[in-house]
Design a protein around this ligand. Structure first.
Ligand code: ADP
Ligand code: MG
Length: 348
């Protein structure tokens, strides 16, 4: 098991795309670290550079205190699971799981024993003679995990390993993978473009944009206090309200309404972006001081609650309303932000 440290890591592809821009990151030993960001932001490049499958243009990769920047993939002692699992179609489950051990020249009987042990741990014992084509997507994913675990690497790197599963299996695999990582205690970097997956699984997480890390923190920190409007807009199952505002003393003028200024700092008259999550406002059918008031234009069922969209002087504001108190379209509605959960951004 080992910590991973990236110092000033830069990757420029031939043709000039700067996929990683002087990136610093430290993942402590045993941590489950999620790397979240939109498609094309450099997540796969980052993993491949840690694994040694890409050569860094600048900076260094340190694993377990050892600088491995110039070391070949085989000498880095990390294992990577790819998005498409990369199983061998002509090999059965046992041979697929045991393949990395074969590369390491482990004897056949020891390989098979290890494959059986890891396979049983992942609930594959009755499938060991099958080929990948005879397995469901979820089973294939477990084989890919088993193959990585059989190698007993110092760190695991996962590149969107759940993205090919359907919604239900995905939720199961999330819990399963998280539990497994806890038990094994292996340092894990888990890449995803799904913010819910990162929030649910990670000990800590980073949000990436265009080759940069925009925020690092625990899921709670990133959810409750996004560092900038990019992260704010990216995190959350319903998007945060990000509204233009003007500072007026200790209040903010937003969409023609007056709300409390959440934090000191911005000066009188300054233009800012006011951020508040739909979950962090209370809804009222009657006027309330400090609320954003308008007409209900959409009511969406979220299951145990509703997402209500208000038109507030031509500005769209969304608020989550508990089951049973949802309004009808065309009603007047008022959304009162929680001051301790509202944020002001000056980067908008
Ligand atoms: P992500 O995994 O977050 O979707 P990638 O790491 O795959 O992002 O890609 C980051 C950027 O680098 C993108 O602009 C992508 O087009 C570019 N890129 C990725 N691989 C290569 C490559 N082999 N050659 C040139 N450009 C690449
Ligand atoms: Mg990718």
């Amino acid at each position: 098991m080992a910590a991973i440290e990236l110092r000033g890591l830069t990757k420029v592809y031939p043709g000039g795309v700067k996929a990683l821009d002087a990136l610093d990151l430290a993942v402590p030993d045993g941590e489950f670290f999620a790397l979240l960001g939109p498609s094309g932001c450099g997540k796969t490049t980052l993993l491949r550079t840690i694994a040694g499958l890409e050569t860094a243009t600048g900076g260094s990769v340190v694993i377990g205190g050892r600088d491995v920047t110039g070391v070949q993939p085989g000498g880095r002692d990390v294992a990577m699971v790819f998005q498409d699992y990369a199983l061998f179609p002509h090999m059965d489950v046992t041979d697929n799981i045991a393949y990395p051990l074969r590369i390491k020249k482990v004897a056949r009987s020891a390989r098979q024993e290890k494959a059986a042990e890891v396979g049983a741990r992942l609930g594959l014992e009755h499938l060991m003679d099958r080929r990948p084509g005879q397995l469901s997507g979820g089973q294939q994913q477990r084989v890919a995990l088993a193959r990585v675990m059989a190698t007993q690497a110092q760190a695991y790197l996962f590149d969107e390993p759940l993205s090919n599963l359907d919604a239900r299996l995905r939720l199961e695999a999330r819990t399963f993978l998280k539990k497994l990582q806890r038990e094994l205690g292996v340092t894990t970097v888990f890449v995803t473009h799904d913010q819910a997956e990162a929030l649910a699984m990670a000990d800590r997480m980073a949000v990436m944009e265009a080759g940069h890390i925009r925020q690092i923190g625990t899921p709670a920190e990133v959810f409750q206090r996004p560092a900038n409007t990019f992260v704010a807009g990216f995190i959350g199952s319903t998007p945060m309200n990000l509204l233009d505002g003007t500072v007026r003393g200790d209040t903010l003028e937003v969409a023609g309404c007056k709300v409390a200024l959440p934090a000191a700092g911005p000066s009188d008259g300054e233009q800012v972006v006011y951020g508040v999550r739909p979950e962090y406002m209370s809804y009222s059918a009657e006027p309330v001081e400090g609320a954003l008031g308008g007409k209900v234009v959409i009511v969406e069922n979220l299951g145990a609650s509703h997402l209500v969209t208000l038109d507030v002087n031509d500005v769209t504001v969304q608020v989550v309303v508990p089951e049973g108190s949802e309004p009808a379209i065309g009603d007047d509605g008022y959304a009162l932000p929680r001051r301790d959960r509202a944020l002001v951004y000056r980067d908008g």
